[in-house]
Design a protein around this ligand. Structure first.
Ligand SMILES: Nc1ncnc2c1ncn2[C@@H]1O[C@H](COP(=O)(O)OP(=O)(O)OP(=O)(O)O)[C@@H](O)[C@H]1O
Length: 546
C-alpha cells in the first residue's frame, strides 16, 4: 500500500500536492505551515524527503514528471551524517491507495497533484558530513536516516572518499545513473592474483575493456609501478593493430617498451616491436597436445605411456621415428593401429601449426621473462584454430606455473587472460591446468582473467574464486544469477541495473572498494589519446591513418 506523503493527517494538504500553489504562495510572502514547508522544500534544487522504509531499503518520492535512473546515487542528509543510496527501482505511484481514479480532471485523466514516482533505493553506506574526503570514513549504515531527512542527487565532491579507495589500474569513471562523473575508477593490482571475471553479452564492450586494462598496465610498467605481468593470447588479431575501426596496443606508442608482442602472422614480422612466435618441439609435453584433438581412450592411454617412456625433450622426434614406434608397442603394449593413428595425428598437428619448430629458438623463455618483469605480453595468433589457441594458452600457462612455483626475488606476479573462459572453466568442459590456476594460482602469484558471455556455464565453485567481477550487461537471467551468487559483494539488488546497462557501462565488484561501483569504461581510442604525452614520439610502428 502506498504511503501518503503528507504525514500530518490533521492538515488537509495533499502530497506532492499543491506544490506549485504553495511554492507560489511562499514566493508571494504568505506564511506557510510546517507541513507546507516540507512540501515546498522538496521543490527547489530537486531536494526530496526520505519516507520509508528500513535499514535495507529507502523510499522517497519525486514529482511524476521527474526522472531518476536505476543505478543513480542519492544522498540522504541527516544532521551530521550523509547516507548514500543507489536507486534500484522507480515505480509509478499515487495517493489513490492503489486504486487509480480515472475520472477526467479538466483535460487530464488524473489529478496531477496526486501522482508521483516512488523511488526505491538500496543503502550503500554512510559517512560523516565533514569527512567525505577521508579514507576509511565511509562505512555500512547500521541504522536508518531520520524520517523526512532531505534527499538529493549526490554531488561529485561527496564521492571524494571513493577516490582514496581506488587502485592503480585505471579503467573508467564513476557513473551516477546515466551521468558520468569525473571520479576515476581504477582496479587494485594487489587484487589481480585473486582472479578477475569480465562478463558481458556479445558486443557490450569486453574487448574494449581489456584493451583499456592492458593500456593502464603498460603505463604502470613504463613508470616502473607494475605489480604483475599480463599475458593475452589473441585469436582474433584485434589487440595488436586494432580491428576495422579501432586501435590496438601498438598504437600506444609512448609505452611500447612495456609491450612484448609475438605473432604467427607474417605480415607483422617486419615490425620491430613484434617477434615471430616459435614454439620448440622440446617445449611440448604429451599432456599439452591433449587439447588439440578429441582423442579416444586408447589414444589418451598411449599419450600417458609416451610421457613415461620417452624423454620429455625429444618424445616428438622419437615417436615419429620407426624405433620409437616399436618401443611404444613393445614397452607400453600400445597396439600398432593406435600408434599409427597417433603418429598421423601428430604429423597433422605439426603441419597445421607451423609455429612449432623442430630446431631453433623458442619464444617461451622470452614470454615468461616478459611476464615476470611486469610487462604486457601479447600473443597474436589470427587464423589459428580454436584448439591451437587452447593448446598455446595451456602450454604457456603450464610453463608459467612451473616457473612461479619456485620462489624468485623481484619477480612480478602474473595474470593470464582467457577469452571464452567457459571452454576451459566450464562445469562440463574443464581443463585441469586452468582449474588448478583458479584454485591455487594465487599461492604462487598467478591469477586468471576470465572473459565470457556465458558465466552460467562456468563451474560454480571456480567462479566463486573470482574476487573481482566486471559485469557489463547480461541479457540472460541465468547468467546474471550465476554471477550474483558468486560475487563477493551482494549484487542481487542490482539485477535491474545490470539488465539496463548500455555498451561500455559496467558494475565492478572488487576487493578494497566499499560497494559495487557503477562505471563507464573509457573508450580505448580516447583513453590512449589522453595517455599520449603532448610531444609526439618517433616510433617505428606507423599507425595507419584513420
Ligand atoms: N566503453 C565504451 N563506451 C562506448 N562504447 C563502447 C565502449 N566499449 C565498447 N563500445 C562499443 O561497443 C562496440 C563493441 O565493443 P567490443 O568489441 O569491445 O565488445 P565485445 O563485448 O568484445 O564484443 P564481442 O563479444 O563481439 O567480441 C564497440 O565497437 C564500441 O562501439
Amino acid at each position: 500500500m502506498s504511503e501518503t506523503l503528507n504525514p500530518y493527517s490533521d492538515i488537509s494538504l495533499s502530497p506532492i500536492t499543491k506544490f506549485k500553489d504553495v511554492w507560489r504562495s511562499e514566493a508571494k510572502g504568505i506564511v506557510l505551515s510546517f507541513a507546507e514547508r516540507i512540501m515546498v522544500k522538496s521543490m527547489p534544487g530537486n531536494v526530496y524527503r526520505i519516507l520509508a522504509k528500513d535499514v535495507r531499503s529507502y523510499e522517497f518520492i519525486i514529482p511524476y514528471d521527474e526522472k531518476a535512473d536505476v543505478g543513480e546515487i542519492f544522498t540522504v542528509e541527516d544532521r551530521d551524517m550523509l547516507f548514500l543510496a543507489r536507486v534500484v527501482n522507480v515505480q509509478h505511484d499515487s495517493n489513490y491507495n492503489g486504486r487509480w481514479d480515472t475520472s477526467i480532471r479538466g483535460t487530464e485523466l488524473y489529478d496531477e497533484e496526486q501522482i508521483f514516482n516512488r523511488v526505491i533505493a538500496e543503502p550503500l553506506g554512510c559517512i560523516p558530513r565533514d569527512q567525505t574526503k577521508r579514507r576509511g570514513a565511509f562505512r555500512k549504515a547500521k541504522t536508518i536516516p531520520t524520517k523526512f531527512s532531505k534527499v538529493k542527487r549526490t554531488e561529485a565532491e561527496e564521492f571524494g572518499f571513493l577516490k582514496d579507495t581506488m587502485g592503480d589500474i585505471e579503467v573508467g569513471v564513476l557513473r551516477n545513473g546515466s551521468r558520468d562523473t569525473d571520479v576515476t575508477v581504477a582496479l587494485h593490482s594487489s587484487a589481480m592474483d585473486h582472479h578477475m571475471g569480465i562478463f558481458a553479452t556479445t558486443g557490450m564492450g569486453k574487448s574494449n575493456f581489456m584493451k583499456v586494462f592492458a593500456a593502464s598496465c603498460m603505463k604502470l610498467a613504463s613508470e616502473n609501478r607494475s605489480e604483475f605481468g599480463l599475458l593475452i593470447v589473441d585469436p582474433h588479431g584485434e589487440y595488436l593493430r586494432g580491428g576495422k575501426a579501432g586501435k590496438g596496443l601498438l598504437h600506444l606508442t609512448p609505452y611500447a617498451s612495456s609491450l612484448k608482442c609475438y605473432s604467427t602472422d607474417p605480415r607483422n614480422h617486419s615490425l620491430p616491436e613484434v617477434s615471430e612466435l616459435t614454439i620448440s618441439r622440446r617445449d611440448i609435453l604429451p599432456e599439452d597436445i591433449k587439447v588439440l584433438h578429441d582423442w579416444t581412450g586408447a589414444q589418451m592411454d598411449a599419450l600417458d605411456s609416451i610421457e613415461r617412456i620417452f624423454d620429455g625433450d625429444s618424445w616428438i622426434d622419437e615417436i615419429l621415428d620407426e624405433n620409437g614406434k616399436a618401443m611404444l608397442t613393445e614397452r607400453a603394449k600400445v597396439s600398432e593401429k593406435t600408434v599409427d593413428v597417433l603418429v598421423r595425428k601428430l604429423e597433422n598437428i605439426l603441419s597445421r601449426n607451423k609455429y612449432i619448430k623442430s630446431s631453433g629458438n623458442s619464444s617461451i623463455p622470452g614470454i615468461i621473462e616478459g611476464v615476470k618483469s611486469g610487462k604486457v605480453v601479447l600473443i597474436d595468433i589470427p587464423n589459428l584454430s580454436e584448439s591451437s589457441e587452447l593448446f598455446l594458452l595451456s602450454l604457456i600457462s603450464r610453463r608459467i606455473m612451473e616457473d612461479y612455483r619456485n620462489e624468485e626475488e623481484g619477480r612480478k606476479r602474473c595474470m593470464i587472460v582467457i577469452e571464452e573462459a567457459q571452454r576451459v572453466l566450464g562445469s562440463d568442459s574443464r581443463i585441469a591446468r586452468f582449474e588448478e590456476i583458479a584454485r591455487e594460482g594465487r599461492k604462487f602469484g598467478v591469477g586468471l582473467c576470465a572473459i565470457t558471455q556465458q558465466p552460467k556455464l562456468i563451474d560454480r565453485e571456480l567462479l566463486s574464486q573470482f574476487n573481482t567481477v566486471v559485469v557489463m550487461g547480461l541479457a540472460d537471467r541465468n547468467d546474471r544469477v550465476r554471477v550474483e551468487e558468486s560475487a563477493k559483494q551482494d549484487l542481487s539488488s542490482l539485477d535491474v541495473e545490470i539488465q539496463t546497462l548500455e555498451k561500455g557501462e559496467a558494475i565492478i565488484s572488487t576487493l578494497n572498494v566499499p560497494f559495487p561501483i557503477p562505471a563507464k569504461i573509457h573508450i580505448y581510442e580516447d583513453y590512449i589519446e589522453r595517455l599520449r604525452p603532448s610531444a609526439p614520439e618517433r616510433r617505428s610502428f606507423r599507425p595507419t591513418p584513420d
